[in-house]
Design a protein around this ligand. Structure first.
Ligand SMILES: CC(=O)SCCNC(=O)CCNC(=O)[C@H](O)C(C)(C)COP(=O)(O)OP(=O)(O)OC[C@H]1O[C@@H](n2cnc3c(N)ncnc32)[C@H](O)[C@@H]1OP(=O)(O)O
Length: 312
């Protein structure tokens, strides 16, 4: 079981061994989940679940208002397997300082880079979204959570080449809550070793794993998570002015959003992809302006900049 899981989950084949080891961290209830047989007549084999999970968004694949030191990246940078260069330290600083805010008539949204302590809530939000999109029963959310967390730990080690953004929403009741998340990779180092088809260029920025909490959808939050991602990409001063993303053909909501935001289809999976139990996907692309000075990328509309106290 351990060896099979490691085969399909991780984006970097060289991490195969380490995941074999990690799977020993499975708690007894995880083992139970892996061998779980749902009530339908056709049992969902754990391998099928993992296969679907791997190909869902990018596997290649939320928030508390109180917490965390703002110095966390620089004082305790994630382990990248080597020393950080001066340029990488500068990029960590950009990530740490990144803020995006928007005032709606119905409430406020703040977006920033996820801190380590926020990983568990973010994992919870993503797992529910994956279960929903893969039409899996709610009882699979815990197992998905285990897999998503392993993935996020691996991605976090690639900071500042990739980052997970989280958005907090405060509605009319004054309560703040985690509203959504999105992952951005900025360059080849942050890209996935085995990205989904159709394959995007590895050295270009790439957006994936966007989700908005179900109860908060259709309020403009997804749109502003996308704007925040593009703003961050521009601030990170990439040489490539193009940003790529995948969107499943059946997902009309994100497809409409990306089209409205100026993304166009570059390539679409052949119908033969259905033989591999995957949904057909579009690879979409948008050309972003390249700025010499990162502050020039601060192009949010004036209403976006009604930034007050930022929850941390
Ligand atoms: C690259 C990737 O990550 S692809 C994966 C995308 N994620 C998912 O599919 C997960 C499940 N879905 C979601 O979490 C949400 O529906 C999201 C993230 C796609 C959109 O988030 P929301 O906050 O609901 O979107 P938002 O309210 O900002 O709408 C922006 C635009 O998207 C489109 N849109 C959003 N929801 C819908 C919908 N249900 N039907 C049709 N179009 C929709 C519209 O064009 C909308 O603009 P409009 O309001 O002016 O018509």
């Amino acid at each position: 079981m351990a060896a099979t899981i490691s085969f399909s989950l991780f984006s970097d084949p060289q991490k195969h061994q380490s995941l074999c080891f990690n799977t020993h961290l499975l708690k007894p209830h995880h083992h139970k989940l892996l061998s779980f047989t749902p009530t339908s007549s056709k049992p969902a084999h754990p391998l099928l679940l993992l296969h679907k999970f791997h190909h869902y968004y990018n596997f290649t694949p939320p928030f508390s208002s109180s917490h965390s030191s703002s110095e966390s990246y620089l004082n305790d940078p994630p382990r990248t397997g080597g020393f950080l260069t001066t340029q990488e330290l500068e990029k960590l600083q950009i990530l740490q300082n990144f803020r995006y805010a928007h005032e709606f008539e119905h409430g406020s949204l703040w977006v920033r880079v996820m801190e380590e302590e926020e990983m568990d809530v973010t994992v919870g939000l993503l797992s529910e979204s994956f279960a929903e999109s893969m039409s899996l029963p709610f009882r699979y959310v815990n197992l998905l959570g285990f897999l998503v967390k392993q993935y996020m730990i691996e991605r976090r080690a690639l900071l500042p080449n990739t980052a997970t953004l989280i958005g907090f929403y405060r509605g009319e009741d004054g309560e703040e809550e985690l509203a959504g998340t999105v992952e951005v990779s900025f360059n080849k180092k942050g890209s996935n070793a085995s990205p989904p088809s159709p394959t995007p260029p590895k050295d270009s920025p790439y957006i994936c794993n966007m989700t908005v909490k179900k109860q908060l959808r259709r309020r403009g939050i997804g749109w502003h998570l996308l704007q925040a991602s593009e703003k961050l990409i521009s601030q990170m001063r990439n040489t490539s002015g193009e940003v790529y993303l995948h969107c499943r053909m059946i997902d009309t909501a994100p497809f409409n959003m990306y089209t409205k935001a100026g993304y166009s289809i570059i390539k679409t999976d052949s119908i033969l992809i259905l033989l591999t139990l995957q949904r057909r996907k579009h690879l979409m692309c948008k050309k972003l302006p390249v700025y010499d000075n990162p502050s020039e990328s601060d192009i949010s509309s004036s209403e976006d900049n009604h930034v007050h106290e930022f929850p941390r």
